[in-house]
Design a protein around this ligand. Sequence first.
Ligand code: PRP
Ligand code: URA
Length: 209
Amino acid sequence: MSKVIVIDHPLVQHKLSILRDRETGTKEFRELVEELAILLAYEVTRDLPLKETTVETPVATARVKTLAGKKLGVVPILRAGLGMVDGITRLLPAAKVGHIGLYRDPATLRPVDYYCKLPSDISERDIIIVDPMLATGGSAVAAINAIKRHGCRNIKLVCLIAAPEGIEAVRKEHDDVDIYLACVDEYLNDHGYIVPGLGDAGDRLFGTK
Ligand code: PRP
Ligand code: URA
């Protein structure tokens, strides 16, 4: 069974609280999403393999460790996932970035796909999918399906806020995908919004409402 890792670091919880506040405007919202992505990236990369090597310091030869293993890719789910890309790639500058465009049909809450552009060598990379919100889980499951169709096997999902229903849906369909979160909220309301959540992440990030 996949792991669900809730990152309860004080900085994460503090920034998430400001993010939720309806009074937080677009500029601050954007900055907070990026900062939270950096903090989550630190935990998501905790198990990256290392190899031993040496480096000449001005004083002596040091035995050091550098990253080894497969290259990485970051895939935001459009639109709101875009807000997390800069934070993650700040820590992982060599990661390639793919994009998956999905929006939820407001009536059915099912994801509708409108865009997919992934790195050509994606099957050789370990992939981190980013999206601030995991609600019904439909969008995350569709994104994981698309990435697996391209031959990827090692995938992590990174969200800020999840509903229990969304976690359940992803684990049911993809029990090999670990899920990293800042918080698990209470439930989904009748419109598929996470309660208490933060509202519509895409609209708040891009100021479209
Ligand atoms: C939001 C969010 C997720 C999705 C989560 O995107 O960013 O992608 O909803 O809902 P789900 O788990 O029920 O699929 P939205 O569909 O609002 O599109 P947007 O980012 O373009 O606003
Ligand atoms: N998408 C959002 O942006 N917010 C929610 O609460 C649920 C889905």
